[in-house]
Design a protein around this ligand. Structure first.
Ligand code: SF4
Length: 185
């Protein structure tokens, strides 16, 4: 029997962004990433990591990255400050801030599940000179656990339909979702 991949922060982000994107990405379907599509796939993650590396050069390197694992779940945290119990997540733009919040709540939940206490989350948008505190409520914890189930359902099902949102034009799967679909009509 094929082993199910662990749910990661990217799964959580894509689930809240677009279930079709989650499904396509989880199938390993990769598209050419054009420079005008900065939010596409791993490029967004790499961009955020680079942004963090170049923007916050004064941060101590010790204790910087964390890899947390729980059964069926994995969290790769780019920056954890152990003295204050703070998880930092850096993003280039706040256009998808609700998606970013859920990804960060997932990291806070993983920190708690790994016995490291209740962490605080800071979402950082250095290009906008903006930061936001994110906490994990009991309600959020319940919703996250439901999200894990829903993600498993999406991955086990058929490819979801396109969502026809404005941000689709920035997505790496745009051609696959719309051009191919229009051509087959
Ligand atoms: S183009 Fe739109 S519908 Fe297609 S995967 Fe991307 S976000 Fe989802």
């Amino acid at each position: 029997m094929k082993e199910e991949p662990s749910i990661s922060g990217i799964h959580i982000a894509y689930y809240y962004l677009c279930k079709r994107k989650l499904w396509l990405w989880a199938q390993g379907i990769a598209m050419e990433e054009a420079p005008d599509k900065p939010n596409a796939g791993h490029q967004a993650v790499a961009q955020a990591t680079t942004l963090q590396d170049t923007t916050y050069t004064r941060r101590p390197q010790a204790g910087r990255q964390l890899l947390l694992e729980q059964p069926g779940l994995v969290a790769r945290i780019d920056y954890y400050e152990p003295n204050t119990g703070t998880v930092y997540e850096t993003k280039p733009s706040d256009r998808m801030s609700e998606v970013h919040r859920w990804q960060l709540r997932f990291y806070l939940w993983m920190v708690k599940q790994c016995g490291m206490g209740e962490a605080i989350g800071i979402l950082e948008y250095p290009k906008l000179r903006k930061r936001e505190e994110v906490v994990l409520s009991t309600e959020d914890e319940h919703r996250l656990q439901d999200t894990f189930l829903q993600i498993r359902r999406v991955l086990a099902g058929a490819c979801p339909s396109p969502i026809y949102k404005q941000w689709c034009k920035k997505c790496a799967y745009y051609d696959l979702c719309y051009i191919t679909e229009m051509a087959s009509e």
